[in-house]
Design a protein around this ligand. Structure first.
Ligand SMILES: Cc1ncc(COP(=O)(O)O)c(C=O)c1O
Length: 348
């Protein structure tokens, strides 16, 4: 049985969060002399001399209605990378606890674990990049507090089988983090629809991919109210800046544009999926539900450099176990994709 209090780090459970000026005074006033801000104004204009809302209430209310969750089931961070780091800090005592992840996958789980001095255990995905569930269950130790599953997975592009994830949610007594950075490009529903079923579930999403706001740095973690309150307690007080809160709030009105962009990217992805296997230098194109495609090519290092010579940068993943000989290629605009296909066609 999952018991939140028994897996939160004891020091985190005990600690009191920082109480900011914005927390301590909530009424209306004209003169704010409580936060050592510059009351003369800001060189950046607007209200930027004031600290932002530490709880991001307006943003959370709107995101909640779009995502169909309650505002207090949402944590907002400086990118979902911040949520990854805070999950480690909330649940894993350095030098004692461990995180389990399933490579080939997103590299920040390992970087954050190393930074926090948290042991990282790994179970390799199967050759078709699915979870070997029994092996994962056998690898879980008493000190395993977090299991990271990326779906659709980066860098492989595929979604992870839902039944495998459900088995792990049912049987793992730690927190299962499902990183859905690429969920907007996938046909499968988000695991946010199952938050009520699994108290040990955390879903990560981001505004960096489909929403096209990587430069603003806004990531989301969804979970039970109790679990999210732990992340809120340990976050830096003003972790989401005012410009980001304002600009994302405006963008949330434009879900029609999001829908159109996602449709176009998925359509371009499908065109690339059809065209790439016809090229001589391409050995295999892996299925993708993301905005990138993993492609096995004849000589990945040479092709990577050859594309670079033509001004095209892709991600060389060929040195990663499980992705030998592979390049990860983001879906671009129609013109960019045509240029890419032309360059690969000329490769020999
Ligand atoms: C799987 C996955 N999770 C998280 C992130 C980080 O996203 P953010 O920009 O929100 O920090 C990325 C970025 O590439 C990613 O691929």
């Amino acid at each position: 049985m999952f018991n939140l209090e028994s897996i939160v780090r004891p020091n985190v459970l005990k600690m009191k969060p920082y109480s900011s000026a914005r927390d301590e005074f909530k009424g209306t006033a004209n003169v704010f002399l409580d936060a050592n801000e510059n009351n003369l104004g800001s060189l950046a204009g607007d209200n930027y001399n004031r600290y932002p809302d530490p709880h991001q209430n307006k943003l959370k209310a709107t995101i909640a209605s779009i995502k169909g969750v309650a505002p207090n089931q949402i944590f907002l961070g400086n990118g979902s990378d911040e949520a990854i780091d805070l999950l480690l800090r909330a649940f894993c005592t350095p030098g004692i606890d461990a995180l389990l992840c399933l490579p080939p996958t997103y590299g920040m789980y390992e970087v954050s674990a190393n930074l926090n001095d948290v042991r990282i255990d790994t179970v390799q995905l199967t050759p078709d990049f699915q979870i070997p569930v029994r092996e994962v269950m056998q690898s879980i130790k008493p000190e395993t507090k977090l299991l990271f599953i990326c779906s659709p997975n980066n860098p492989t592009g595929n979604s992870i089988d839902a039944a495998s994830i459900e088995t792990l949610l049912d049987n793992f007594e730690g927190v299962v983090v499902i990183d859905e950075a690429y969920i907007d490009f996938a046909a499968s529903p988000s695991w946010t629809t199952r938050l009520e079923d699994f108290p040990n579930l955390v879903v990560l999403q981001t505004f960096s991919k489909a929403w096209g706001m990587a430069g603003l740095r806004l990531g989301m973690a969804f979970g039970s109210e109790e679990l999210i309150s732990i992340l809120d307690k340990i976050k830096p007080p003003y972790n989401v800046n005012e410009a980001t809160q304002e600009l994302v709030l405006q963008a949330l009105d434009k879900t029609e544009v999001l829908k159109d962009m996602v449709e176009e990217i998925v359509q371009e992805r499908e065109l690339l999926m059809q065209a790439l296997p016809k090229l001589n230098a391409v050995e295999h194109v892996y299925p993708s539900e993301a905005n990138f495609i993993l492609v096995k090519v004849k000589d990945a290092n040479r092709m990577y450099n050859c594309l670079l010579d033509k001004g095209i940068v892709v991600r060389n993943r060929s040195s990663i176990k499980g992705c030998e000989g592979c390049l990860r290629i983001s879906v671009g605009t129609l013109e960019e994709n045509q240029k890419l296909l032309g360059a690969i066609a000329e490769f020999n």
